[in-house]
Design a protein around this ligand. Structure first.
Ligand SMILES: C[S@@+](CC[C@H](N)C(=O)[O-])C[C@H]1O[C@@H](n2cnc3c(N)ncnc32)[C@H](O)[C@@H]1O
Length: 261
């Protein structure tokens, strides 16, 4: 029998989003903290995440004693994030805002944005706005760890992914697939669905993600357009600090370690 299907944003379902994407944070957390040790001589305390979603990373950083805060456009994700922080005795430090247009009072040591959230920004103007806001938000010398999936110019992009997550009696099978690329407008559309199974109900959430595309030269130009940021090193989504990569025309998953000048 076909699954009951609802067409809604996966970001409006933080409980399911957090299970699907929150299961495996260890490598990202080790990378964030490792960057602080490597590039800031261990002198870092304040962590900030634009587009923090459910705060799967912020929560663990708060738990490890860092001052962790973030913002997201989706109020449901922010509520989920703050509720979890509060439940565990941490300040409710997430707030609703647009990452291309925000201001925070205290400067941060490390900011991070690891899984392509940056590509939700729909235009060059909003991407530049974001880098400018981030330059105000991070102290001179501080870091911005920006993870993006680039469009390779000399290899076929990888197009589909499936994975599963389970907690207790709740299990979710996720499938994400490429739908369409408008090269001129630089928009890529992906289908994503969560098949959710619990003892009381099985159903599907069907959504579409629209992400702006970046080739390596487009990303280089964007970063160079803001003199506050310099690329220190680049890595892939294995987050292995011992294995920096050189970004070339075949690169896809790239984490830019940017330093605030
Ligand atoms: C792939 S999720 C990542 C969430 C979180 N960073 C994580 O690692 O789990 C992308 C997030 O970007 C948020 N988002 C999209 N556009 C945004 C914007 N303009 N400003 C702030 N957040 C935005 C969405 O609401 C969503 O929570």
């Amino acid at each position: 029998m076909p699954l009951e299907t609802i067409n809604e944003s996966i970001y409006d379902h933080p409980k399911y989003y957090d299970l699907v994407f929150g299961a495996d944070c260890a490598a990202e957390l080790a990378f964030i903290v490792g960057c602080g040790d490597r590039y800031l001589d261990g002198k870092y305390e304040r962590m900030f995440e634009p587009a923090c979603g459910t705060g799967r990373l912020l929560f663990w950083l708060a738990k490890r004693g860092f001052t962790a805060s973030g913002l997201d456009l989706n109020p449901k994700a922010v509520d989920f994030c703050n509720a979890r922080l509060k439940r565990h005795g941490h300040p409710e430090s997430a707030f609703v805002a647009d990452m291309s247009e925000f201001k925070i009072r205290q400067r941060q040591d490390i900011a991070f944005n690891t899984i392509n959230s940056f590509r939700h920004l729909p235009s060059e103007a909003t991407a530049r706005g974001h880098l400018a806001c981030m330059a105000d938000a991070v102290r001179p010398g501080g870091l911005y760890l920006l993870g993006v999936h680039l469009t390779p110019t000399r290899a076929e992009p990888s197009e589909t992914e499936s994975w599963s997550a389970r907690r207790g009696h709740l299990s979710i099978n996720t499938h994400m697939w490429f739908k369409h690329r408008d090269t001129r407008k630089r928009i890529e559309r992906f289908g994503i669905r969560f098949d959710i199974h619990s003892p009381s109900r099985s159903f599907r959430i069907n959504d579409e993600l629209r992400l702006r595309s970046y080739t390596r030269p487009q990303m280089d130009r964007l970063i160079q357009s803001n003199q506050s940021w310099q690329i220190l090193e680049t890595f892939d989504f294995a987050y292995d600090l011992d294995e920096p990569i050189e970004v070339d025309s075949t690169s896809e998953d790239v984490v830019y370690v940017l330093q605030r000048q």
